[in-house]
Write a protein that binds this ligand. Structure first.
Ligand code: FNR
Length: 399
């Protein structure tokens, strides 16, 4: 009884305390099991009950602290780019091939020397410790368990890069937020190359990053907020009239030439949204392109990534692999991007919902759902291999 009394004293709601008391008096495990630790009158489903990736967001909403949910879910400003990333999938229709031998579907591929059983990778996202105590180590274990999925590690990871690398065995790439002084970048690059990360992607779309939405701002800077490396908890918003994050606004292509000699691994540019930038990137020495608008978290009022993918593939696809992310939630989304020329697709929020909902098994399940849906979509459309996928697979009507 003492526990119940102390819960009364510490301001637990009357209803919760009464339920606790009833459960105690009845001594019933069933009654106790119905007491949802997260929210009145709700039940968190078992992972096996979830049918698709969207379902995981609802569970993450229930389970995560509000600021962690908001940090993951939102985009910049009016969230036009965020919505458009999803809308664009409706503007691409699949064309089935009625008679085709799809008895053996093989979705495997290889990108910059990494063998990928599925053309799916984990996009770099910051601060996994706010989703699960084991942070990126848990996500990495999930990735490896889901058929050795390639994990592109965020520069703003919660754990040290070498510790993460020791947590599992699958392929790792590293995402760099470049610092203006060359020498400030070298310790990171040394660490990750020694730890076995097999490529580096420089994110180039955060030059003038700002998180404007009131709600997002509040949670982003609140104590216990994202807390990624280099982002102190509770730090106030930058005191300048444009609210641009300090350390940005200096990016230039020439920087890559200074950095290149320090890299023994391939270099990709993440955040390319035009054919013109893709061409400059390849001429500057980048060996891969990631078409991305940061999942609607960089510039608002832009296009979706799917819309610009064909022009970027036409411009540089013959020379370097073109990858894509932003908005991918279904196997058919992935198939559409493959048809428009992408070599692989990055998953950002969806695996975060998985990790935040059920830990590593949740993130693994999200990846496996996407893998299964992709295989199904390939079977439906009569395309048994990635080689057999081309633009005849889709009708596009971008608006
Ligand atoms: C990101 N993204 C990102 N990108 C990057 O290069 N470095 C980073 O640290 C982060 N951090 C980050 C945090 C969170 C919470 C999100 C949602 C995204 C962008 C990410 O790599 C990717 O471009 C998008 O997440 C893709 O869109 P979806 O899959 O989230 O819709």
């Amino acid at each position: 009884m003492a526990g119940i009394e102390s819960r009364w004293r510490h301001g637990v709601t009357r209803r919760k305390a009464l339920r606790g008391l009833a459960g105690f008096l009845a001594g019933s495990p069933l009654l106790r099991a119905q007491q949802d630790p997260f929210r009145d009158h709700s039940r968190i489903p078992a992972m096996e009950e979830l049918a698709d990736v969207f379902d995981f967001e609802a569970v993450a909403y229930e389970k995560l602290p509000r600021q962690a949910y908001d940090y993951t879910g939102h985009g910049t400003e009016s969230e036009f780019s965020l919505r458009r990333n999803r809308e664009a999938f409706d503007w691409v229709k699949l064309v089935p091939r009625a008679v085709a031998d799809v008895s053996a579907i093989d979705p495997s591929t290889e990108v910059l020397g990494v063998k990928m059983p599925y053309p799916i990778m984990i996009a770099p996202t910051a601060a996994h410790a706010q989703l699960h105590p084991d942070g990126e180590a848990a996500m990495y274990q999930a990735a490896t368990a889901a058929s050795n999925t390639l994990f592109l590690m965020s520069h703003n990871a919660s754990l040290p890069f070498d510790k993460i690398a020791a947590a599992s065995t699958g392929p790792l790439w590293f995402q760099l937020y470049a610092r203006e002084r060359l020498e400030d970048n070298l310790p990171f690059l040394d660490t990750v190359q020694t730890a076995g990360y097999r490529a580096v992607a420089i994110t180039i779309d955060q030059n003038a990053s700002v998180y404007e939405r009131q709600q997002h701002n509040r949670h982003f800077s609140a104590p216990g907020g994202p807390g990624g490396r280099g982002r102190r908890r509770g730090r106030p918003e930058p005191a300048n009239p444009y609210r641009v994050i300090p350390g940005r606004l200096w990016y230039n292509w020439a920087f890559v030439e200074k950095l290149r000699p320090h890299l023994k691994v391939p270099l990709l540019a993440k955040g390319v949204m035009t054919a013109a930038d893709a061409k400059v990137a390849v001429e500057t020495g980048f060996e891969g392109i990631i078409v991305s608008n940061h999942g609607g978290r960089a510039m608002d009022q832009g296009t979706s990534t799917l819309e610009v993918l064909p022009e970027i593939v036409d411009a540089v696809g013959a020379r370097v692999p073109v990858l894509i992310d932003s908005g991918f939630r279904r196997g058919t989304d992935i198939l559409k991007a493959l048809a428009l020329g992408a070599k692989a697709v990055g998953i950002g929020r969806a695996v975060r919902w998985g990790l935040g909902s059920y830990g590593a098994p949740g993130a693994q399940r999200v990846l496996e759902i996407l893998q299964g849906e992709l295989v199904l979509a390939m079977a439906h459309t009569g395309r048994p291999t990635l080689k057999s996928i081309d633009r005849t697979l889709v009708r596009t009507d971008f608006r």
